[in-house]
Design a protein around this ligand. Structure first.
Ligand code: HEC
Length: 165
């Protein structure tokens, strides 16, 4: 009888231990989910940068941000940001050219028919009107190739670009 009693208590303890272990698991599991929901931290941006295809993975985000000052008067980059003189650029990578609904593009950009990627953006930023005669983007061009790499890396990190898995 005594032996049975001890065994029952032991079994009960094991069940309790299993329960509290399960609780611990779900508690620690919920912490990273909450962190992902927040805006990307500098550490997360560094990880996004490192995951970009070359040469953008070696881009200088601080210089890219400084160069974006040249675009800021005409473009917003936050998700859901308004059009200014130019369209909002969130999600531009992987998006067809001239595809923001309700933005009045030039006939040239509307008819261009390509998908924005680093290469197209590089040519566009070097000389918008040389690359696309007829565009209404009044920007002289960013002549230094290294500045363009840095700016494109910055834009990829800030506009929700997801590298192919
Ligand atoms: C003076 C205002 C102005 C400045 C400065 C400017 N843009 Fe633009 N941008 C525009 C306009 C206007 C358009 C639409 C062009 C058209 O329809 O031909 C445009 C279009 C674009 C597009 C095409 C978007 C799409 O949906 O196809 C990209 C990409 C872009 N700009 C990036 C930039 C970047 C990066 C900079 C900074 C280096 C910059 N622009 C500077 C006015 C500007």
């Amino acid at each position: 009888m005594r032996v049975f009693h001890t065994a029952a208590i032991a079994a009960f303890c094991i069940v309790l231990a299993a329960c509290s272990k399960g609780e611990e698991k779900s508690e620690s599991g919920s912490t990273p989910v909450a962190a992902v929901a927040a805006a990307p931290s500098d550490t997360e941006k560094a990880a996004l940068l490192a995951a970009l295809p070359a040469p953008y993975n070696a881009g200088d985000l601080a210089n890219g941000q400084r160069k974006f000052a040249l675009c800021r008067s005409c473009h917003t980059i936050a998700e859901g940001g308004p059009a200014l003189t130019g369209p909002n650029l969130y999600g531009v990578f992987g998006r067809p050219s001239g595809a923001v609904a309700d933005y009045a593009y030039s006939p040239a950009l509307k008819a261009a028919g390509f998908v924005w990627d680093g290469e197209h953006l590089d040519k566009w930023l070097a000389d918008p009107r040389g690359f696309m005669p007829g565009t209404k983007m009044a920007f002289a061009g960013l002549k230094d190739p290294k500045d363009r790499v840095d700016l494109i890396a910055y834009l990829k990190v800030e506009t929700g670009f997801k590298p192919a898995p």
